[in-house]
Design a protein around this ligand. Structure first.
Ligand code: IYR
Length: 230
C-alpha cells in the first residue's frame, strides 16, 4: 500500500520517516564494531599542534547539533577557537581557576581520586591543541521583543549533544578531553558571549602528541553497569 508522504496533526505537518532497516546479523556486526570504535576512546591530555581543517570541525558541530533536545529548542552554542591569542587567554584564565581548585577548593579525597589520572593545574593542551570547542548551554532564549523564554531539560539536552560530539571526534580519528575548569564564567567573558549562555564544557580537539601515555585504567564490565529485566 502506498502511504502519504506527509500528514497533518493538530495543524502541524508531519513527514513520512523511514530508516534503512538492517538484517539482525548486520545489526549485531555494526553494533559490535561501533562499540569497538568507541572503546578505543581515551581522554588525552597531550596534544600535537598538527592542524585540523575547519571543514572537519564544521562536521563535528553539525553532528553534535543533531542531538535531541527538550521541545526541540536546541539550547546550545558551540564556539570553535583556533585563534592563538584567544587560546592563550583561555589557558591563562583556566590555570588561575585550576590553581585555586587544586590548592584549596578540591577536597583531599577528590585529589586522591584524581591521582591515578595524573591531572594537575597546568593545562598546556589549551594552547597546543589546534582547536578548542567550548560548549555553551542556553537556559533561556529571547523572543523577538527581547523577553526571556525558558528552554527545557537544558542540562540533559546539552549533555547528550556533548556525548554525540565526543563520539564524532572519535569517529574522525581525533582525540579530546572533557575539561571542566570550575568556575567557567571566564569563558563567556573572553569569548564575549551573550547573557543567556553559560559555559558547559570545554573540549580540546586534535591529534595526540607522539608518544602519548594514558592512565592504565579499565572500564567496568557490562554486568557491573547494567541490569536486564527480560
Ligand atoms: N577540572 C580539574 C579537575 C578534574 C576533575 C575531575 I572529576 C576529573 O575527572 C579530572 C580533572 C582538571 O581539569 O584538572
Amino acid at each position: 500500500m502506498k502511504s502519504a508522504d506527509h500528514i497533518n496533526i493538530d495543524g502541524f505537518k508531519h513527514v513520512s520517516y523511514r530508516i534503512t532497516a538492517l538484517s539482525e546479523e548486520e545489526a549485531v556486526t555494526k553494533s559490535e564494531s561501533y562499540f569497538n570504535k568507541l572503546n578505543e576512546r581515551r581522554s588525552v591530555r597531550d596534544y600535537s599542534d598538527k592542524w585540523i581543517p575547519k571543514k572537519i570541525i564544521d562536521n563535528l558541530i553539525k553532528s553534535a547539533s543533531t542531538a535531541p533536545s527538550g521541545a526541540h529548542k536546541q539550547p546550545w552554542t558551540f564556539c570553535a577557537i583556533s585563534n592563538q591569542e584567544l587560546k592563550s587567554k583561555i589557558r591563562k584564565a583556566a590555570e588561575i581557576e585550576e590553581k585555586k581548585s587544586y590548592q584549596s577548593r578540591m577536597s583531599e579525597r577528590w585529589k586522591k581520586d584524581l591521582k591515578p589520572l595524573g591531572t594537575d593545574m597546568n593545562k598546556p593542551f589549551l594552547e597546543i591543541a589546534p582547536w578548542l570547542i567550548v560548549v555553551f548551554k542556553k537556559p533561556y532564549d529571547f523572543d523577538k521583543d527581547g523577553n526571556k523564554i525558558n528552554n527545557y531539560y537544558v542540562n540533559e539536552s546539552v549533555g547528550i549533544a556533548c556525548g554525540m560530539m565526543i563520539s564524532a571526534i572519535q569517529n574522525a580519528g581525533l582525540v579530546t578531553l572533557t575539561h571542566t575548569p570550575s568556575p567557567m564564567n571566564f569563558l563567556s567573558k573572553i569569548l564575549n558571549r551573550p547573557s543567556n549562555e553559560r559555559a558547559f564544557l570545554l573540549l580540546p580537539v586534535g591529534y595526540p602528541k607522539f608518544p602519548t601515555y594514558v592512565p592504565d585504567i579499565k572500564r567496568k564490565a557490562l554486568k557491573k553497569v547494567s541490569a536486564y529485566y527480560t
